[in-house]
Design a protein around this ligand. Structure first.
Ligand code: GLU
Length: 288
């Protein structure tokens, strides 16, 4: 899988991303999802409650360029656009979405406590998390990779080269769990952007998480870092919701499925992550 469109265009891409964050607020949807005029839902469902309230609270990342990055008027990125697509199907306009920052470790509790209605935050679907929350999706599949200093001074070509070496990642992430098979010398913090300082200073030799998160950080800090580019896990991104809210999960799955074919998913990608990464083919929804 070729992720980066190339170093040559990265400066242009960075400029576009900066332009995007500067002039796009979360209210004006770059992917222009049409807001359903008078959607009807079975009484008592989460969809009916949200449509009636006319607002929704969505947890996302606030420091991950391309997927969820806080801007002056709210977060921007592919996850944010996916949230707008779902809200639109509920008849909720983008400016009625209440965005809440979720970090990797608090996504399940924020859902179970009702602090958010859904989480869209580079959130891997897995069986352990399914014991606590339910997932719609996937709407994208990433893979865990490594970020190193530009020029790769420590010559790291994959996780096998990390034995005993210090690596930075985030607590509560699948990245933290997966990297433990390769090195026990792990610094775990709250957010991936916190790992950039230790990588710059040489305190760690690599930052590890999903390739697309690392690509966003590399793009945001042009010329400083590079992604090794050999993903070693599969990270299907899902939308987290209250466990066993089967109707709501089916509604989100239907919404995602429709967006895969009606062009809105691709438009959401092109307006955000697509500024830096090639457009993927949509994954297959897993209606488990
Ligand atoms: N997708 C992985 C996860 O959900 C890593 C990225 C993240 O921490 O958000 O744990």
């Amino acid at each position: 899988m070729r992720l980066n469109k190339g170093l040559v265009i990265s400066a242009i891409a960075l400029a576009s991303v900066l332009t995007l964050s500067a002039c796009t607020d979360s209210g004006a949807s770059p992917s222009a999802a049409p807001v359903a005029a008078t959607p009807t839902f079975a009484p008592g469902t989460t969809m009916a409650k949200l449509a009636e309230a006319g607002k929704i609270t969505i947890g996302t990342k606030f420091d991950q360029p391309l997927f969820g990055l806080k801007g002056p008027n709210g977060p921007v990125g592919f996850d944010v656009e996916i949230g707008k697509l779902i809200a639109a199907k509920l008849g909720i306009a983008a400016d009625k979405i209440n965005w809440v920052e979720t970090v990797s470790a608090n996504r399940e509790p924020f859902i179970t406590n009702g602090q958010v209605d859904i989480v869209i935050a580079t959130y891997t679907i897995n069986d352990k998390r399914k014991e606590v929350v339910s997932f719609a999706g996937p709407y994208y599949e990433a893979g865990q990779d490594l970020l190193v200093l530009a020029g790769n001074p420590n010559k790291i070509t994959g996780p096998e080269d990390l034995t005993g070496k210090p690596v930075c990642t985030v607590s509560g992430s699948t990245s933290e769990k997966n990297i433990a098979a390769y090195t026990t010398n792990v610094i775990a913090t709250d957010t991936y952007s916190n790992c950039l300082g230790p990588l710059r200073s040489g305190e760690v030799v690599a930052v590890t998480t999903d390739n697309v998160i690392l690509a966003g950080l590399a793009d945001q800090n042009s010329g400083e870092f590079e992604v090794v580019g050999k993903p070693f896990t599969k990270e299907p991104y899902g939308i987290g919701l209250k466990k066993d809210d089967t109707e709501f999960r089916a509604f989100i799955n239907d919404t995602l499925d429709a967006s895969f074919t009606d062009g809105t998913w691709a438009a959401a990608w092109e307006a955000t992550a697509g500024k830096v990464l090639d457009t993927p083919t949509p994954p297959t929804i897993n209606r488990y």
